[in-house]
Write a protein that binds this ligand. Structure first.
Ligand SMILES: Cc1cc2nc3c(=O)[nH]c(=O)nc-3n(C[C@H](O)[C@H](O)[C@H](O)COP(=O)(O)OP(=O)(O)OC[C@H]3O[C@@H](n4cnc5c(N)ncnc54)[C@H](O)[C@@H]3O)c2cc1C
Length: 503
């Protein structure tokens, strides 16, 4: 085995949290950093793809939390890059609920069902708030446990339950993103993709040529498989047999990846850490894109989002047309979550297209054309993701997030799942990258102070002994953890008959 490459910090993962952490370290003078990314691109869960003649976002699509007193930092980045965005008005979606025969539910019925669902959810949350120890798992195992009075049963109730809990919890309980940054949401509709923000950030500290990152400090297709950590540093091993040695590691992989055994830890992570990781839920959220030869759905104000009410909860329920984002693109997007996401990930795209077409024919009649193309992202089966984002309960136990985020020795954890207030969002991941690297910089400063104290403790007696002393590798010494230091001390003018190097 070749000597491992040594650096101050290895960052595992080049999503927005990893790139942001690296940028903050570079800005603070720590630029011997190595970013190891398993995929062949940066961005992680921010990912564009060309589909049907436009750029679509397979992962994060919206900048959520805009228009409040405080500015969302991701919105600021988007403004600096002139990222093209479209305001999304979900408020009308509840009035565009189709039944299986293509009729739209009368607005009074829809509004009434919606109101009842919101009241029921609030009631349930208040109960949880006043008695957080009630074991929710004792309630019947349905996604709609929230309906404590009466579980939703009819197609419209199930559709509203899905919209409320898989999309709009903000209407039920204040969510930090909306409270802090505002209630508006903007869909990114830019040919450069949402990921352009990451590239802009990376360009500020990584070398580029012809617009591509060419810096040796970013290594793509490097799947980290093992972290061996001790008081002195961390050995990072990748699946292709490379070994990197670092003083510290920032681990930015998703909570889904942490729950698998993709990365092994030696010594193993402590129990409090593994328990916290396994107690965090993961949401699978899948946007299926369908391209058509022409439009057959209503457009115009209040029509961007529409809902299909089916007796199976979450069955091709939430639809969006892309005419506002890309006029003339003739693209529809249907969102599935959790069990339905996993189900369609396991089947062929052809089968998914058949199911989606049947639903569309129920809503819009049999004369509509077949989709000419389909795109089905597979976030659950992607071994570098294993899901879309963390899903903490509304009344999250603070200790759980603290434990997920807390460092273990020289391994620091970052990513959207470590954000106490904004988990699940791009801005949560971005802010966590800043928070983690700031904490690491503080730790590095403290360690340096400890080393200086330790050096004088060791050096003073040696001066007394020899009268004269030089350090063969002064820089190396100042960079090493304290227990390695004596190995690096060399005596000058060795007339005492003692070995050249002590130890
Ligand atoms: C379908 C979907 C829709 C979403 N919609 C929105 C939205 O509209 N608005 C919003 O704000 N947020 C949204 N999100 C959430 C948002 O995308 C994430 O919160 C954010 O991008 C997470 O960034 P991160 O840096 O924490 O993690 P990631 O982006 O996952 O970065 C982690 C990186 O680690 C890499 N990695 C994993 N394992 C290894 C390994 N062993 N070795 C090396 N590298 C490894 C991964 O490849 C990845 O690049 C959505 C997410 C998804 C999937």
């Amino acid at each position: 085995m070749e000597n491992p490459t040594r650096c101050s910090v290895v960052i595992v993962g080049a999503g927005i949290s990893g790139i942001t952490a690296a940028k903050v370290l570079a800005e603070n003078g720590v630029d011997d950093v190595l970013i190891l990314e398993a995929a062949d691109r940066i961005g992680g869960r921010i990912r564009k793809e060309h589909f049907g003649g436009v750029t679509v976002e397979l992962g994060a699509g919206w900048i959520a939390g805009v228009g409040g007193k405080q500015s969302n930092p991701v919105w600021e980045l988007a403004r600096q890059s002139n990222l093209r965005t479209c305001f999304s008005d979900y408020s009308n979606a509840r009035y565009n609920i189709y039944d299986r025969s293509g009729k739209i539910f009368p607005s009074g019925v829809a509004a009434d069902s919606y109101q009842k669902a919101v009241e029921s959810a609030i009631q349930k949350l208040r109960k949880q708030e006043s008695n957080p120890d009630v074991d929710d798992s004792l309630l019947p195992e349905t996604p709609s446990k929230i309906f404590i009075c009466r579980a939703p049963k009819t197609p419209i109730e199930l559709a509203i339950d899905f919209i409320l809990h898989d999309f709009e919890m903000a209407e039920v309980e204040p969510i930090s993103t909306y409270v802090d940054f505002g209630e508006r949401e903007f869909l990114v509709a830019d040919e450069r993709g949402y990921e352009h923000l990451l590239h802009k950030m990376a360009e500020t500290f990584l070398v580029t040529s012809d617009g591509e990152i060419s810096d040796a400090r970013l290594k793509l297709n490097k799947v980290v498989g093992e972290l061996q950590h001790s008081r002195n540093g961390v050995l990072v091993k990748t699946e292709d047999g490379c070994v990197y040695e670092a003083n510290y590691v920032i681990l930015s992989v998703s909570i889904g990846v942490l729950q698998t055994h993709l990365i092994s830890f030696s010594p193993p992570l402590p129990r409090w850490k593994t328990e916290a990781i396994s107690n965090c839920d993961i949401m699978v959220y899948t946007k299926v894109f369908l391209k058509f030869p022409h439009k057959f759905w209503p457009c115009g104000p209040g029509k961007e989002f529409f809902i299909y009410a089916h007796e199976r909860r979450g069955y091709y329920t939430f639809w969006q047309h892309m005419e506002n984002a890309y006029p003339g693109s003739n693209i529809l997007v249907v969102t599935l979550t959790n069990g339905e996401s996993k189900r369609i990930e396991a089947q062929s795209d052809h089968e998914t297209k058949k199911e989606a077409m049947e639903v569309l024919r129920n809503m819009f009649g049999h004369d509509i054309p077949d989709a000419t193309d389909i795109l089905v992202p597979r976030w659950w089966n992607n071994r570098f993701q294993r899901g879309s984002y963390s899903n903490y309960p509304i009344y999250v136990n603070r200790q759980l997030v603290d434990d997920i985020k807390a460092p273990v020795g020289r391994i620091f954890f970052t990513g959207e799942h470590t954000s106490e207030k904004f988990s699940g969002y791009v801005h949560g991941a971005y802010l966590s990258g800043i928070e983690t690297s700031t904490a690491l910089l503080e730790e590095m400063r403290t360690e340096k102070e400890r080393r200086i104290e330790n050096q004088s403790f060791l050096i003073e007696p040696l001066f007394a002994l020899t009268g004269s002393l030089t350090l063969a590798q002064p820089d190396a010494v100042s960079n090493l953890p304290k227990c390695d230091m004596p190995r690096q001390l060399f005596l000058h003018n060795n007339n005492l008959g003692v070995p050249e190097a002590i130890l």
